[in-house]
Design a protein around this ligand. Structure first.
Ligand code: ADP
Ligand code: MG
Length: 644
């Protein structure tokens, strides 16, 4: 007798739910997508306990006809596609007809719907796939879905749910992305009775950005609008100063669908190349429209990934569009007209008064003092030309280092270091975690780095590299990277002694966060305090920086606290030790802003000496090499003085 038989529908739905319904946020995503597909102009979402107890989504869309209501909860039942051909030109968010039966299989679902304003609707209730009630009811036009006790009948799945806070984070992410994708729909999002988001639904993307990221961020965005025979790009993208530490800052939308796509992300980042510090991401919302036949949306269970049929064209289009948008904003300021650039952000605007204007100057020996090298304080509210050229120089340095490494057999000194991060790896770019870890492993442990060679000064190249020598050969030292390392070790030590007094800001600076971020911030204020940073919860989503350690780089206090906050917000748990390391990196970056500076011999020698006494003198805190060498033997080989 045969042993194979079709699964009954209930079991099939439970299995499908395993794929479609991973957590409350996936339920929310499916139901909100249905509301969008139904042509809703407003979508009201409320959740309790991270959505595990309750999710309620009400829309004013087309509604479900009484006769269709039960069918909608059957497997593979959909109104959105009918033939195989339709699958290749999908214009709706949903199309598989799997969501409702899957959700109903693992929760208690109530669906109320009406297709007109007659006041007459229908309600059905399903628990764990079993129909409970089905009756007429008074209802406004549209649909209300209530999902209770998610995973009540699949305890194994329930066990894997994280804290309410984590699930709320995922829910918020779904709501934010949908709201960004559809500024023409008014969204509200309430969690445990607190309103976390309200968008006006008037089609203005900037207002949605403001509701989610704060008005200051919204102001620092450039509007995009670009046509191509196959594509239309609209949206907003940040000025290079409005960056985030996490790639979540980027929202990519294709035909109204939020997606993750390297085919769009990579050219976007490429367009910012050298304008952004390493491992920083622009706040961006890219809204791309194209004919549905040009994109396959049926390649991922949660429909988060898509495949483009003309990917190379698309990449080129995105890169050019973003590059043009950035350069149209004069973000590469000319020396004669630097003030045309827009103010970068509230941070600089608000704290500028504290900083005496510092003009560019050569480093003198006394600036390389016994504690910290204060090279240059950036007080300008734009990306300085130096900062940009510095970034360019760094990239070139690595390209050269990488090339030298392979082709001309020069031996970068940093190769000996245990914390060596290869130039190749750096070139791949944007792999923050590994690189950062590699970088700040150093001062914490006892140093395993070999002793730094004693070097004597020859001169300086292009205001950027120190040229030095010893019996073994020729050395090039990246002056900026060296400063960063010295400063990093200085700050790292400082952060290790929190008892050192913090000092109140003359005029306190405020920080604004998204609602879910504020909750996390509130819970982690103590961590900041342990690093000497005193934040005050100012109500709403606003926090005030009261005091910071007095040795924070002048004028960059708020920017550093903001960066610390971003870091803290994206970590699952924050241990004080790592927070201090991160903060030290941030301070050292700020305190060592630029490369192009003439350097006196005296100051240069002092720098080398201080570098030599660092615990890890071979890489900067971001893992980039500080020094490369050409051995005497290699030089002789190059000049064919020796044969081998
Ligand atoms: P899909 O969205 O892939 O079609 P679902 O299981 O999510 O599959 O939904 C099944 C059907 O129920 C949809 O095709 C649609 O006709 C109907 N439906 C679901 N939610 C709504 C809603 N909020 N408003 C109107 N119709 C809806
Ligand atoms: Mg659907």
């Amino acid at each position: 007798m045969g042993v194979i038989r079709p699964l009954d529908e209930h079991l099939a739905n439970q299995i499908a739910a395993g794929e479609v319904v991973e957590r409350p946020a996936s339920v929310l995503k499916e139901i909100v997508e249905n509301a969008v597909d139904a042509g809703a102009t407003r979508i009201d979402i409320s959740a309790e306990e991270g959505g595990l107890n309750l999710l309620r989504i009400a829309d004013d869309g087309a509604g479900i006809a009484a006769d269709d209501m039960v069918i909608a909860f059957q497997r593979h039942a959909t109104s959105k596609i009918a033939t195989g051909k339709d699958l290749f030109q999908i214009a709706t968010l949903g199309f598989r007809g799997e969501a409702l039966p899957s959700i109903a299989a693992v929760a208690k679902v109530k669906c109320v719907s009406a297709i007109d304003h007659s006041g007459l609707g229908r309600v059905i209730e399903i628990e764990g796939g079993a129909f409970k009630t089905d009756s007429e009811i008074n209802a406004p036009k549209g649909t209300e879905m209530v999902v209770k006790d998610l995973f009540f009948n699949t305890p194994a799945r329930l066990k894997y749910m994280k804290t309410v806070q984590t699930e709320l984070g995922h829910l918020s992410d779904v709501v934010y992305r949908q709201a960004l994708a559809r500024p023409d729909i008014a969204f509200t999002f309430v969690h445990n009775g607190n309103t976390l988001l309200r968008t006006p639904g008037n089609g203005d993307l900037r207002q949605v950005v403001a509701a989610i990221y704060g008005t200051a961020s919204a102001k620092a965005m450039i509007a995009l609008s670009r046509e191509h025979p196959d594509y239309t790009l609209t949206g907003v993208t940040a000025m290079p100063t409005e960056t985030r530490a996490n790639r979540n800052a980027v929202t990519l939308i294709v035909n109204g669908r939020y997606v993750r796509s390297q085919a769009i992300m990579q050219p976007l980042l490429q367009a910012y190349h050298t304008l952004l510090p390493l491992h920083r991401y622009p706040l961006s919302v890219l809204d791309l429209k194209m004919h549905p036949t040009l994109v396959d949306v049926n390649v991922h269970p949660a429909k988060l990934e898509v495949r483009f049929s003309k990917e190379n064209e698309l990449r080129a289009f995105i890169e050019t569009a973003i590059k043009d948008a950035l350069s149209s904003q004069a973000y590469i300021p000319s020396g004669t007209n630097q003030r045309t650039a827009k103010p970068s952000s509230w941070v600089q605007e608000q704290i500028r008064f504290q900083v005496p204007p510092v003009t560019e100057k050569a480093i003198t020996a006394d600036m390389v003092s016994d504690n910290v090298i204060s090279e240059h304080t950036v007080t300008e509210d734009f990306v300085s030309k130096e900062a940009i050229s510095e970034a360019t120089i760094e990239v070139q340095t690595h390209a050269n280092a990488a090339r030298n490494d392979r082709v001309s057999e020069t031996q970068p000194v940093y190769r000996n270091s245990s914390n060596f991060v290869s130039p190749e790896r750096k070139q791949q770019d944007r792999i923050p975690d590994e690189v950062w870890k590699a970088a700040f492993a150093a001062p914490e442990q006892k140093s395993t780095a070999p002793a730094f060679p004693e070097l004597s000064w020859i001169g300086q190249l292009h205001g950027t590299y120190i040229v030095a020598q010893n019996d073994n050969g020729l050395y090039l030292i990246d002056q900026h990277a060296a400063h960063e390392r010295i400063n990093y070790e200085y700050y790292y030590e400082k952060f290790g002694r929190p008892e050192e007094a913090s000092q109140e800001l003359l005029l306190p600076v405020t920080l604004e966060f998204a609602p879910d971020e504020s909750t996390v911030m509130r819970a982690r204020l103590a961590a900041f305090q342990s690093a000497g940073v005193y934040l005050e919860d100012f109500g709403g989503n606003t926090f005030m920086i009261r005091a910071v350690p007095h040795w924070f780089p002048d004028g960059d206090e708020a920017a550093i606290v903001r960066e610390m906050a971003e870091w803290v917000l994206h970590e699952k748990s924050v241990d004080l030790h790592t927070l201090r390391e991160q903060a030290a990196i941030m301070c050292s970056c700020k305190a060592s802003i630029k490369a192009n500076q003439a350097q006196s011999r005296e100051a240069g020698e002092k720098l080398l000496q201080r570098l030599g006494s660092c615990r890890q003198p071979y890489t900067c805190p971001h893992g980039r090499p500080i020094v490369v060498s050409f051995s005497t033997y290699e030089l002789e080989k190059m000049f064919k003085r020796v044969m081998s």
